[in-house]
Design a protein around this ligand. Sequence first.
Ligand code: MG
Length: 228
Amino acid sequence: MPNFDHIKNWVFDLDNTLYPPRHKLFDQIDVNMTNFIMNYLGLPKKEAHVKQIHFYQTYGTTLNGLMEEHGVDPDEFLALVHKIDVSHIPPNVELREQLIRITEERDFNRRIVYTNGTRRHAINVMDALEITDLFDIIIGIRETKFVPKPHKEAFDSFFNMVDINPKTSAMFEDLPKNLIEPEKRGMITVLVQPAEVQHPDSRWAFNGDDTHIQYKTKDLTGFLKSVI
Ligand SMILES: [Mg+2]
């Protein structure tokens, strides 16, 4: 049984962590990003997709590549790529119950979302799940000055802003590389990765080394049920 007795801050990634990959939101975002590159750079779809993978692998995100190499306005990009349909996502009553339960008996405990997307995207998705009201703090890519996880600077910005002790905090993530920095800082690290799908993002990201991952679960709600 995992020991989370000392944990006061519960930090969750959003995409494919607070909801499962089977909802395929990333697929919609992925298509929007390809479309943006097609329009912005005047490229056919296939070449735009190759560019997109190059940006992601070289700069950590497609956005950073577009900003570095083409001076793209991040707001213009983010507004377009996060225009997605979330109407097929049902409320997650069980997750809601567990999120409440993990903190209810403890003073000063906090639930935090930290995403490489925007706050607006996070709220859009969490509204569908009916869990938005449970989060005290939502940190997105704009708040970390467009530097994404897994970069150290992104976590510097994150910790400066949220002002929490990493040693009393746990991080839940679906991408292994995004748990390297949290583990270095003393957070408990939990990889949330259902076996069902490897979305493109995690396929590109996985490097096989998982010594920085303390716990792995296929089911976030079930895992939360097992702690405390
Ligand atoms: Mg994610």
